[in-house]
Design a protein around this ligand. Structure first.
Ligand code: FAD
Length: 415
């Protein structure tokens, strides 16, 4: 008798937690991802702003699961799913399954303007982060040798589109990079004169937080020298910069932190999705017979009307939950009760001194909140291969403003 085959597509938070929770189940678990690493996305902005090297926020999936005897790791891109034949189709070959967990996450949405992607990269992968890091650092380098004042101004204007947690974190950190880290490094330009513009189509920054927290975040950003433009929708984006209606903002570095779209799981499975492309799943997270969709790729409204948010804790909890459902089916035990989401709260940091947090039992902002934010992230790192090393490096960067990963790597034309 062969053991049941559980295939997990995606080794992000949801997929990895599902695989680990299946460690003691009598099944062969195959986890397939198009990258060979598991990425800790909450710290990715630190790579994009030269605070941490990529290897501090991403670890080989193979090494994370090396001791799990029933797990096999494959590098491959999922291209489709044949639910009749029960196979996952990869770019090269296919994998048969008895149970399938789809955890392929989300990508950026340019709201129908996919041509903007080339000019305004989003932040989702290590490649995105090193592209953004390269563009930011190159802009300062190009400004140092630029003699034309208008062109220099364009090089020293950084536009971040979208004022959710990622946009706010990026804007605050780029402002600090310009004002402190790079301040003494250049001779012809004053990096501190750089303009960091945070553009938001909605009426406030950090819209998912309470209004008082948003206002605090806004004040903190302004204190850091960030120009915040709310009620300002980007209407055009090209090589030269962005437009907000009739107004033009010339910029060599535009970063997209605005929209999210699920990976094409709905198309693969032929299932209904919400407007962001997330598959509408059942209360047990199933989308088809023995097929489960979890994390950012899934849409679930709880009995109390709350929608499960696209955040790491939700993906982890769903990963553990589907492992329980699968284990129960394999052992012919009764199914566990429907998925329930335990909301641990919201956190966002604004530069190196402020954060806002909204936990179920505590709402806080300021320096104390920043420390809680830091401790929470270190806690989340526990379980990854080198949490102590990352925490020490992070603390060092914090104390010294050094942002030691200021390396320009990869190909890009100089402005
Ligand atoms: C910059 C950034 C910062 C964030 N900060 C926070 C935060 O502070 N707190 C928080 O709670 N949440 C945060 N989030 C959201 C959180 O990271 C996601 O909600 C969470 O990662 C979702 O987990 P997931 O398993 O669904 O998808 P992911 O973790 O995105 O994993 C998806 C995996 O699938 C793989 N994959 C995708 N398509 C394919 C394919 N076709 N074939 C094979 N493999 C594929 C990807 O390579 C990836 O490894 C942040 C997200 C970003 C982008």
């Amino acid at each position: 008798m062969t053991r049941p085959r559980v295939v997990i597509a995606g080794a992000g938070f949801g997929g990895l937690f599902a695989a680990q929770a299946l460690a003691r189940v009598d099944a062969d678990v195959t986890i397939v991802d198009r990258h060979n690493y598991h990425l800790f996305q909450p710290l990715l902005y630190q790579v994009a702003t030269a605070g941490l090297p990529p290897s501090d926020v991403a670890w080989p999936v193979r090494s994370i699961l090396r001791r799990q005897r029933n797990a096999t790791v494959l590098l491959g891109e999922v291209k489709g799913i044949d639910t009749r034949q029960r196979v996952v189709e990869l770019a090269h070959g296919s994998i048969p399954y008895d149970y399938l967990v789809v955890a392929t996450g989300s990508t950026h949405s340019y709201f129908g303007h996919d041509d903007w992607r080339a000019f305004a990269p989003g932040l989702k992968s290590i490649d995105d982060a090193t592209t953004i890091r390269r563009r930011i650092l190159r802009a300062f380098e190009a400004a140092e040798v630029e003699t034309d004042a208008a062109r220099r101004e364009r090089l020293l204007r950084f536009v971040i589109v979208g004022a959710g947690p990622t946009g706010v974190e990026l804007a605050g950190t780029i402002a600090e990079l310009a004002r402190f880290t790079l301040a003494a490094d250049f001779r012809r330009i004053d990096p501190a004169s750089a303009k960091i513009v945070l553009v938001e189509a909605g009426p406030r920054v950090l819209a998912a937080f309470r209004e008082a927290q948003s206002e605090y975040a806004l004040r903190s950003l302004v204190r850091l020298g960030v120009e915040v433009r709310t009620n300002a929708a980007v209407t055009a984006c090209d090589e030269e910069g962005v437009s907000i209606g009739a107004e033009r903002l010339p910029s060599a570095t535009v970063i997209w932190a605005a929209g999210v779209a699920a990976s094409p799981v709905g198309r693969w499975l032929g299932k209904s999705t919400d407007r962001a492309g997330r598959v509408l799943v059942q209360p047990d997270l199933s989308a088809d017979e023995n097929v489960f969709v979890i994390g950012d790729a899934a849409s679930l409204t709880l009995p109390d009307g709350r929608r499960v948010p696209g955040v790491a804790p939700a993906a982890k909890q769903q990963g553990r939950y589907v492992a329980k459902v699968i284990a129960a089916r394999i052992a012919a035990r009764p199914a566990p009760p429907p998925f329930e989401y335990r909301d641990p709260g919201n956190l966002a940091t604004i530069g190196r001194k402020c954060a806002v947090i909204e936990f179920p039992f505590l709402t806080l902002r300021g320096f104390a909140a920043w420390w809680i934010w830091g401790i929470a992230h270190i806690y989340f790192l526990v379980g990854v291969p080198s949490p102590v090393l990352v925490s020490i490096r992070w603390l060092w960067e914090y104390l010294t403003y050094s942002r030691g990963a200021r390396l320009i790597t990869g190909q890009e034309h100089a402005d």
